[in-house]
Ligand binder design. Structure first.
Ligand code: ASP
Length: 333
């Protein structure tokens, strides 16, 4: 069939109606007015929420906010705490390596204006969250990968380091004895740090940093550095971030989905639940063998979290009922 005929046929049979179409431009001012009614920006107290139990990281982010820092600085500095912690085997230095024994990191950051920066498959630089921020602020690009990202970092003065610690190396050598790659729920070491914060201006930013799945194939990139999947922020609505089996989050663009559901009126909790249901539905029976967890925050400072299986947890730093700021740990079971 000739292409022209095919298109005509498709127009008739697939889409039913063939109409002469003209493109109607959006009325920008009207659209903006609609948006501001969603925002309804009342004064909101600062808040930090992060995947997993990372009280030191949320406390650091909170300290930044308390000193009138921006939500962007808060999430960056919060994530840096975990990146530097060699005991955290799924983020930064001390992260589990890939099958070849190389630690490769992914990270992204998104600000209140919708700017975004990400790095992926970076070796030898601990603070990839800061490198992602540099991509966002100092390049015309959004993502840098591999050697290009690393060299960009070295040019900026980022330290070159060996990220494979003795204990990660030992665990990898043990794993190599069988090289069994069948992630087990919650044991495949996915403790990606996704963090969302609102500052004193009511602005939301988010960050996400990870070494990805332990013993992944060389070159594998998960959801964490991908806009809309591992993280998404829309300062008019809220933000969301993910942890768990990146391949599944990628296929449902989970964080973007949650933000859009909140835009349509769902609470962060409802939106997280809907996104998890979507992941489960799309996976057939496979969901039984993987974990995915989301956290979300809206413009009003409301939070939500949901996961497929038990043992996902998250940490919130916010103003408590007694008017003291407190670090709350939620175990999702
Ligand atoms: N989502 C991460 C990835 O797939 C893993 C994690 O959450 O730790 O790379």
């Amino acid at each position: 069939m000739k292409r022209r005929n095919f298109i005509q046929k498709a127009s008739l049979s697939t889409f039913g109606v063939v109409a002469s179409a003209s493109v109607v431009a959006c009325n920008t001012d009207k659209e903006k007015n609609n948006v501001s009614s969603i925002v309804n920006s009342t004064s909101v107290e600062p808040i930090v929420i992060a995947t997993w139990n990372v009280p030191n990281a949320t406390a650091k982010a909170w300290e930044v906010l308390q000193n009138n820092g921006s939500s962007l600085d808060a999430v960056e500095q919060g994530c840096m705490i975990e990146e530097a912690d060699v005991k955290n085997s799924s983020v930064g230095k001390g992260g589990a390596p890939d099958r070849d024994g190389n630690v490769t990191l992914d990270a992204c950051i998104m600000d209140k204006d919708g700017n975004y920066g990400a790095v992926m498959c970076v070796q030898n630089i601990t603070h990839v969250i800061s490198l992602a921020r540099k991509v966002m602020e100092e390049t015309p690009h959004v993502i840098l990968a591999g050697k290009g990202a690393e060299n960009f970092g070295y040019d900026l003065g980022f330290k070159k380091e060996n990220l494979l610690t003795e204990s990660s190396k030992k665990a990898w050598e043990k794993w190599k004895e069988t090289s069994d790659y069948k992630p087990v729920i919650n044991i495949e070491n996915h403790d990606t740090i996704g963090m969302l914060a609102i500052d004193h201006n009511g602005d939301i930013s988010g960050a996400c940093t990870t070494s990805g799945l332990s013993y992944k194939m060389a070159g594998r990139v998960g959801d964490s550095p991908i806009i809309g999947s591992g993280l998404f922020i829309d300062n008019e609505v809220g933000g969301a971030t993910a942890t768990g089996m990146g391949e599944e989050v990628l296929k449902t663009v989970g964080s973007f989905l949650i933000v859009e559901l909140m835009r349509q009126g769902k609470t962060p909790q409802e939106a997280c639940e809907e996104a998890v249901r979507r992941v489960v539905k799309k996976s057939g029976d496979r969901y039984k063998d993987f974990q995915v967890g989301f956290i979300a925050l809206n413009k009003k400072g409301e939070t939500g979290a949901y996961c497929i299986h038990e043992f996902f947890n998250y940490n919130v730093y916010k103003l408590g009922e007694n008017k003291n700021y407190e670090s709350l740990f939620y175990n999702q079971i």
